[in-house]
Design a protein around this ligand. Structure first.
Ligand code: GDP
Length: 714
């Protein structure tokens, strides 16, 4: 290695070629900002720019001062014309108003004249309508004149026009006025890499790499070693502070972004919130230890995310290291090394001795090249939070990977339900910057609350807009929390199948021994082949308890977790409850298969049956003003429940009332349910003829357990 890391060459880099110089925009202005400044809608300004030949621009695009000035001149002309038109219109209206007034006067006269006639009302009505119309016309006409142009009076009056430069200078950091205006809303849907046609102005961006693997296999050591290959930091005397992502610039001008927190829990947690950042996973496997449970988990997580894997076979300096044996073990997980006839890149390295790192970096770049990673620097800003926390002196701090567009100091940004104005931006080396373009990690300071890794950050037009949008999101979250979750469940499977949709059933399997996992997998595959209505996808399978990372994986993949002979960790249970992930544990594999088949037949839909839930006897009758007749009862069997159906019998099975139990009271309080042998007060407005010793039976719809055993789907 050596020369890549040491050869300092900060002047020529991929960034210089592909990423716009961060200060280039200093004498430029974004179209929507200029439009806002001029009291125009962006579309109106875009139309004018189109007349000037600038057609491939959006509201978020920047234009230079010259173009802005040219547009301003056209706009001033248009404003003058609009004013002239408005004046002419006003004159016409004045005339019309006069005419209407004359008509009204005539109508009044007519009314006077008609006073003696039979139907004076008609003339009155006509006169009234005439007057109203005049007013209406006035309002409409004025609105029509203003709406399409949206001139603000200040702008339309040339004498109050301030110089454009003056206004542009203010654009950068002025405090937002809390005024009513339109804003551009950037929705967070595009947190992933942009895809589709590459726009002409798109730029290449460095690949983003996550490091996964079993504990102690050397993930952290490898990241540290790779960070040291950064030519700029090496020159500047090392990195003092980690921000959550590192952008390593190589001597050949290429660069690679590494997510600093290794491990699949962080990887999938981010993905579960919608922000998948990694383009490549580097799977670290220690050559002296081989494939371990978390290695297998990591493979599952990378696969579920559809992110290509490069294997770093680490610790080759260890005495027990066996690269071939490791490759052999990886075969079982369908990762086939190139020298084994497959296409998975595997690089032997020693993170400790810094061996093989150049090869690894080269392979990462090679794989990245195939992926053709680009971003749109002119698109509205979107970023993904990679890491976040609270700093005593700086408040909430988030490291964001800029996906598209750029983020600037002074921008109002939104993230989840929080927002804030960017006070400071730091690059990954901790150096303060004014702005950051796509493809790069940046530390953002100025948020109102700490976001979560994986959340999407976008820009808002102003504080007011940000506040409204994030408040809306809070509301949505609350509603989503109240409703049943949208996550997969076996019961829902049938509901969707009922609508004849071929349904994906994503599963995460966990079992106590690998033998059970294999049996389960093969059985499920057989079932999958047998059934047309459903596609069973095994997202991940592994040995051991259902843990939190399984739950996160299920969240990210909308999967159900099936466990055999295994427990569920406390953390997993908590997360599953919070995220509404269905975990089903079984002792017998076939029970699970039965459940899946049942689900497909709708047999997991709960069955309700009316059942006798309790009995009671009337002890005493109370007549209470305003409440009516209350039967003081004792519950002799089971329980009474508000809303239950009651059958009241007297003497020899004479039914005296049948109806609903409307009010159930225990002492002075309304109760939902009173169990034997307690006493309670029962009343219903439908029955007042209670007598002592009346017997009551209570019935309710009860979910009955299934007893049918499943035979076959066909
Ligand atoms: P992580 O849990 O995967 O992040 O693993 P660490 O990076 O913390 O490494 C675990 C241990 O393995 C540490 O003591 C490292 O010094 C050691 N280690 C990591 N890489 C190598 C290597 O290439 N060779 C040797 N001999 N030890 C290594």
């Amino acid at each position: 290695m050596g020369n890549v890391a040491r050869e300092a060459d900060s002047s020529s880099s991929m960034q210089a070629k592909d990423v716009p110089e961060v200060d280039v925009l200093a004498d430029q202005v974004r179209i929507f900002q200029l439009a806002r400044k001029l009291g125009l809608r962006s579309e109106a300004l875009l139309k004018v720019l189109g007349d000037l030949g600038l057609e491939d621009v959006s509201a978020a695009s920047s234009i230079d001062i010259e173009t802005a000035r040219a547009a301003a001149e056209i706009l001033a002309d248009q404003a003058r014309e609009a004013r002239k038109r408005a004046e002419e219109e006003a004159a016409r209206e004045a005339e019309a108003a006069e005419a209407a007034a004359r008509a009204a006067a005539a109508a009044e006269e007519a009314e006077e004249a008609a006073k003696e006639a039979a139907e004076p009302a008609e003339a009155e009505v006509a006169a009234g309508e005439g007057e109203e119309e005049v007013v209406e016309v006035e309002e409409e006409e004025i609105e029509e004149e203003e709406a399409p142009q949206r001139w603000v009076p200040a702008w339309a009056a040339p004498e109050s026009l301030r110089s454009l430069e003056e206004q542009l200078a203010e654009l950068e950091f002025e405090e937002e006025e809390e005024e009513e205006e339109e804003w551009v809303v950037t929705l967070p849907e595009e947190a992933r890499r942009p895809s589709g046609d590459r726009p002409e102005h798109a730029i290449d961006v460095p690949p983003v790499v996550s490091v996964l693997g079993h504990v102690d296999h050397g993930k952290t050591t490898l990241l540290d070693a790779l960070r040291e290959t950064d030519v700029v930091s090496t020159e500047a005397g090392g990195i003092t502070q980690h921000i959550g992502a590192s952008e390593i610039q190589l001597a050949d001008g290429n660069s690679i972004v590494f997510v600093d927190t290794p491990g699949h829990a962080a990887f999938t947690a981010m993905r579960a919130r919608g922000g998948q950042v990694a383009d490549i996973v580097v799977l670290v496997v220690a050559a002296d230890d081989g494939v371990m449970p978390q290695t297998a988990e990591a493979i599952g997580h990378a696969r579920a995310a559809e992110v290509p894997i490069i294997v770093a076979i680490n610790k080759i300096d260890m005495p027990g290291a066996d690269v071939d044996r490791t490759k052999q073990q990886l075969l079982e997980h369908e990762l086939v090394a190139e020298d084994f006839g497959g296409d998975t890149i595997m690089v032997p390295v020693s993170a400790l001795k810094k061996e093989g790192l150049d090869d690894l970096l080269e392979m990462i770049l090679l794989l990245a090249e195939v992926q053709e990673l680009w971003a749109d620097p002119e698109a509205p800003f979107t970023g993904v939070v990679v890491e976040a926390g609270r700093d005593d002196s700086r408040g909430p701090v988030a490291t964001v990977l800029v996906r598209n567009g750029e983020i600037k100091v002074g921008d109002v940004v939104m993230c989840g339900t929080g927002h804030g104005r960017v006070r400071r931006l730091n690059d990954w080396r901790g150096k303060s910057v004014k702005r950051m373009g796509p493809g790069h990690p940046v530390e953002v300071i100025g948020l109102s609350e700490v976001p979560e890794a994986g959340e999407i950050m976008t820009v808002a037009e102003n504080v007011k807009a940000a506040r409204e949008i994030t408040a809306g999101r809070e509301e949505e979250l609350r509603e989503a929390g109240l409703e049943a979750s949208g996550r997969a469940s076996l019961k829902d499977l049938y509901r969707e199948l009922g609508e004849l949709v071929v349904k994906d059933l994503n599963l995460v399997l966990k079992a106590d021994v690998s033998g059970s996992v294999q049996v389960m997998e093969s059985q499920l595959r057989a079932l999958d082949r047998q059934l047309e209505e459903v596609d069973i996808n095994i997202i991940h399978s592994g040995v051991g308890e259902v843990n939190e990372s399984d739950v996160l994986l299920a969240v990210a993949s909308n999967a159900i977790i099936l466990g055999f002979h295994v427990g569920v960790t406390e953390a997993a249970e908590r997360t599953a409850e919070a995220e509404h992930v269905e975990i089903r544990t079984y002792d017998i594999i076939y029970e699970a298969l039965d459940d899946i088949q049942r689900a497909m037949l709708g047999m997991l839909e709960p069955i309700y049956e009316e059942q006798l839930i309790g009995r009671g006897r009337v002890l005493q009758i109370f007549r209470i003003s305003r409440v009516g007749v209350v039967a003081g009862c004792v519950i002799t069997d089971g329980y009474a429940q508000r809303g239950a159906r009651m059958v009241v019998t007297r003497g020899r099975d004479e039914v005296v009332f049948e109806g609903t139990l409307d009010s159930l009271r225990r002492f002075d309080d309304e109760a939902r349910r009173v169990e034997a042998p307690n006493e309670c007060g029962i009343s219903t407005p439908d029955f007042r003829g209670w007598e002592e010793d009346d017997r009551i039976e209570f019935f309710a719809e009860v979910e009955v357990p299934r007893t049918t055993s499943f035979k076959s789907t066909r």
